[in-house]
Design a protein around this ligand. Structure first.
Ligand SMILES: [Zn+2]
Length: 356
């Protein structure tokens, strides 16, 4: 009986030992897994600064996973390291965000596009500068300003000549009415200067001024010793396709008190086609001449019986500068100041007529 009891006790002990061994076999791996997990977490966490228990680390890992997924949970301050990680994660997010914010750098590219447009605006400015570059072409304009009569053909007819020609000629093409080819003109009652002398002196001065401004000047005469009729002077202007004829004369009267200049223009009897332009030129000159000379204006006078007009097919005017039978006018017309003034006025009028 004692042997049976002994065997039973041995069996119980063996069973207990087996259970202990089994228990050791079962629980040992769990402990190793826990240690392994802690080690892996320590490796994952870049800053193992904690002396915290292993259980806390495992908890933080889960929280970290959550906070990693939801960075907003970083407000959970279980310890400083978690915040550090969260910040580092958030920093990673920021680093990722900056990468995303490099997308804002892409907006910078759109902003570069405006910057690209800005260079375009300078390009526009350059266009403005190019328009400034068109200023050099304005230099020719300046040349045009200095030569405003470029291309204009002007006939200057200083009235009369050294010796008159009483030979008759028709006063107009096909007309049976005749007049002397050219008269000797009048004479200064006080200065004793002949009209044809005064006319040529002013005419030559006017020629020089017009040519300096680019005009082509056709002179019916440049000397007193010539014989050219009034119809021939008109034909000379016609043949040269003159844009304007300026006839220069001085008047005379039996009344010495009569004074003043007047501007004669062709009538419509023989020259209807040139009346308008001739009148316009006369009006322009009459409007400015008082600014240049002291001799008063008597206005415009339409003439239908002047041979020098009636043969014209191009516009023209005749300026009677003043009365040589009036002392004031006579003496005035012999002054250099008057010569300058009357020629400057005619130049000004011709520019206004030509340029507009
Ligand atoms: Zn005359």
């Amino acid at each position: 009986m004692k042997k049976d009891r002994i065997l039973n006790i041995i069996l119980i002990v063996l069973v207990v030992l087996l259970m202990c061994v089994a228990a050791l076999v079962i629980f040992r791996p769990n402990i190793r897994n826990t240690e392994r997990t802690n080690n892996s977490n320590t490796n994952t966490i870049s800053t193992p600064t904690s002396n915290n228990p292993e259980r806390n680390d495992a908890t933080e890992d889960e929280n970290n996973i959550d906070t990693t997924s939801t960075p907003e949970s970083s407000t959970q301050t279980t310890n400083g390291r978690q915040n550090t990680e969260t910040e580092s994660n958030s920093q990673q997010n920021f680093e990722a965000t900056p990468d995303v914010q490099e997308v804002p750098e892409d907006p910078n590219q759109p902003s570069d596009t405006p910057d690209g447009e800005i260079p375009i605006e300078p390009t526009d400015t350059d266009i403005g500068e190019e328009s400034d570059d068109t200023e050099p072409p304005e230099t020719p304009d300046t040349d045009e300003d200095s030569r405003p009569l470029e291309g204009m053909i002007i006939c200057i007819d200083p009235g009369h000549q050294g010796r008159g020609d009483s030979t008759q000629e028709p006063i107009a093409p096909g007309s049976t009415e005749t007049k002397a080819k050219v008269s000797s003109g009048t004479q200064g009652a006080f200065t004793r200067v002949a009209e044809y002398v005064l006319n040529l002196e002013v005419g030559l001065m006017l020629r020089d001024k017009l040519e300096e401004l680019g005009a082509i000047v056709i002179m019916t005469r440049t000397t007193h010793d010539i014989n050219i009729s009034n119809s021939e002077r008109a034909i000379l202007a016609n043949d040269n396709n003159c844009d304007m004829v300026i006839r220069i004369h001085a008047n005379g009267s039996t009344d010495s008190s009569v004074r003043g200049y007047c501007i004669m223009i062709p009538g419509s009897l023989y020259t209807p086609n040139i009346v308008s332009d001739s009148r316009y030129m006369a009006e322009v000159l009459d409007s400015i001449l008082p600014n240049y000379v002291s001799i008063p204006s008597l206005g415009l006078l339409t003439m239908n019986d002047l041979t020098g007009f009636n043969w014209l097919i191009v516009p023209g005017i005749l300026l009677e500068m003043g009365f040589m039978t009036n002392r004031t006018d006579d003496e005035t017309m012999q002054t250099a100041e008057f010569h300058e003034g009357v020629t400057d006025a005619m130049v000004d009028a011709l520019i206004r007529y030509w340029v507009g």
